[in-house]
Design a binder for this molecule. Sequence first.
Ligand code: OSB
Ligand code: MG
Length: 379
Amino acid sequence: MPIARPAAPVRLDAIELRVLHLPLVSPFTTSFGTETVREVIVVRVRTADGDGWGEIVTQQSPLYSSEYTQGAWDVAQRFLAPALLDAAAHALAPEEVAGVLEPFVGHRMVKAGLELAVLDAALRAESRALGEYLGAVVDRIPSGVSVGIQRDPSALVDAVGGYLDEGYVRIKIKIKPGRDIADTAAVRDAFGPIALQVDANSAYTLADADTLAELDRFDLLLIEQPLQEDDIVDHAQLAARLRTPICLDESIVSAKAARDALALRAAAIINIKAGRVGGYLEAVRIHDLCREAGIPVWCGGMLETGIGRAANAALAALPGFTLTGDVSASDRFYSRDIVRDPIVLDGGHVRVPTGAGIGVEIDPVALEDATVARVELRR
Ligand code: OSB
Ligand code: MG
């Protein structure tokens, strides 16, 4: 359902942007590369009624998407934040942010981070929780974990075993050509009928359909984004050759892209990430249209800090999120988060925050320690 009760407008006095470097507890490897330090941008909007926080989930290099942190840093300061400050000369409702930023093509992760900060400020001013605002129907959600490519299949089994011991209820392993069948077989053989899915991050082409069809024998929940971002028709052709359901991630950059992918039968399941689609409000629209179409969705992740993770937990509490998402605990990636009350795993679940706004408080010392660049733009 669309947002039931909009938030009151806020007047923006300033927007602070910071680039953070947060060391990961272990390297995270996907088909597109390895990350050891999370480089991310945190947004603080300043209003007469208090601050609001958001996160721009770009990565250091444009490998998952065309967006990347230094590009985001530039476009946010040069165009998007000034446009928002101009528009907010009187007051701006969170629901109006996307419209103000719409003339600028792309840069959805930047738009999402700015929108979240305005949304957080507006909801904090009203003492409303983001979950309640978005339409959450549960107070805790099951937690899955995304496991990177390891040195070899036996190291992967060790890593997966550790997460199962911690209580994660669904495992996703990253695959790439040459590290697909044997890795998946090793995990299936070691752990039997666990809830298991794979993510290729666009590493294959339709010419690999026979290899991908070999994955059918592992009874996977889904295969995520086997082909490239714009391979919508190819995904539809691949789907006709696989028993394993295809889930799209990179391809779904908007509600329009989601509608088109469903019309073309390119996806049976959709991974929703607010950053990738330009914000939590667009994410809710995708949720709504998938629910209408009977398409299951789940909440993906971008190695968010405690800011984005709290917001993801709120989103994943909507009724159409019928599959377990990548909303893992803070300590899966970080030994020190930038929020005071980071997400923890409790019986395989994480709690949906109930405090005002995103429902977590920033740890100012941890934030400062992680900051490598800071700028403040004023109206
Ligand atoms: O494809 O889902 C992905 C992380 C960065 C970029 C893309 C992806 C991922 C993950 C991690 O799989 C999910 C998480 O944040 O836990
Ligand atoms: Mg993915």
